[in-house]
Design a protein around this ligand. Structure first.
Ligand SMILES: *[C@@H]1O[C@H](CO)[C@@H](O)[C@H](O)[C@H]1NC(C)=O
Ligand SMILES: *[C@@H]1O[C@H](CO)[C@@H](O)[C@H](O)[C@H]1NC(C)=O
Ligand SMILES: *[C@@H]1O[C@H](CO)[C@@H](O)[C@H](O)[C@H]1NC(C)=O
Length: 308
């Protein structure tokens, strides 16, 4: 009798143990990732002296090792000028680390040449975009709090830096300011095969806080410090734009419009000179289109569009 009770107990322990192991393995991938805002070290830093020469606007462009052509096109077009409408402007690229030593060497070389790369030693993959964005926030906080505004954007974007500068000067709001393509009523996507799938484990709530499309958003530089400061105390999310939205909600900073007309186009926009003179950002622009658009804009005159 005692013997079979013992066996029952062993069996019970075994089953419970197996169940725990199964749950652990099943959930391991989804265990909440604790974000350490200052984790990792900087591998590359740009040559920008913000104390000597405070920029009006710093453009931080998320990029990957393979997007060399996009960086080259940006350096020749909207990322080129250091002075725009009389204001200091700098365009910098955000990169992580690659497993390929060749890619790492090429990036180090590119950084030496252009001095416009911010790189840390996290793995450069799409689902680490939040780390990449937070690296940008950290960089502004540590190395460039003197900047007035910061834009975070992507490598496949057209940015009208001149018009953005003009609108920021006109808006004249230099603290607790956050703008872009507003997403005020977005929901988590629960279908597994979607690129933006978020499980209930990662984000249990049914609605996202207000945020701006990650394709391009602009903020006063104090926001970088504040977002950086609260980033460890909000739930980590791989969707960087929503994650920044969670930080803003905690800070009670509400994203707002930059202009009465739409100026951010996360879904893309057909090119015309007159149209692109009066937008801030447009998504889905290939390097070769960017060069073509830029040439057309450079050789146009604003007056020609006055009637449009
Ligand atoms: C993001 O980077 C970290 C640090 O390098 C790495 O441990 C992690 O696996 C990366 N995330 C993904 C989804 O690959
Ligand atoms: C910008 O706002 C400040 C107050 O916040 C004001 O003193 C200044 O005159 C404004 N500048 C312009 C150009 O409107
Ligand atoms: C960071 O947040 C803490 C509270 O979590 C606050 O006391 C502190 O003033 C903040 N620092 C900055 C620089 O905003």
């Amino acid at each position: 009798m005692a013997f079979s009770k013992m066996r029952l107990l062993y069996a019970f322990v075994l089953v419970v143990g197996a169940l725990c192991l199964y749950l652990y393995i099943a959930l391991y991938k989804e265990l909440p990732f604790v974000f350490k805002r200052s984790a990792g070290k900087f591998l590359q830093l740009p040559d920008v002296d913000c104390r000597q020469n405070p920029p009006f606007l710093v453009l931080l462009v998320t990029s990957s090792h393979k997007q060399m052509a996009a960086r080259t096109a940006i350096r020749k077009t909207w990322g080129r000028d250091r002075t725009v409408r009389g204001q200091q402007v700098r365009t910098l690229f955000l990169l992580g680390a690659s497993d390929s030593t060749d890619e790492m060497a090429a990036t180090a070389q590119e950084s030496q040449e252009h001095r416009d790369i911010i790189q840390k030693d996290f793995k450069d993959v799409y689902y680490n975009l939040t780390l990449k964005t937070m690296m940008g926030m950290e960089w502004v906080h540590h190395f460039c709090p003197q900047a007035t505004f910061v834009m975070k954007t992507d490598s496949d974007m057209f940015v009208n830096v001149g018009y953005l500068t003009e609108l920021l000067l006109r808006k004249n709001k230099t603290t607790r300011f956050f703008t872009g393509y507003l997403k005020l009523n977005d929901f988590p996507i629960r279908s597994k095969f979607n690129k933006w799938f978020v499980s209930k484990f990662e984000y249990p709530w049914d609605k996202y806080p207000p945020f701006c499309s990650g394709t391009g958003y602009v903020f006063s530089s104090d926001v970088a410090r504040q977002v950086y400061n609260v980033s460890e105390s909000v739930p980590f999310l791989k969707l960087e734009d929503v994650f920044v939205g969670l930080c803003l909600a905690k800070l009670k900073i509400r994203p707002e419009e930059l202009h009465s007309k739409q100026t951010f186009f996360p879904g893309g926009l057909r090119f015309s000179v007159c149209r692109f003179q009066k937008i801030v950002a447009c998504h889905h622009v290939t390097p070769s289109n960017l060069l073509t658009y830029w040439q057309a804009l450079e050789s146009s005159r604003e007056e020609d569009c006055a009637a449009v």
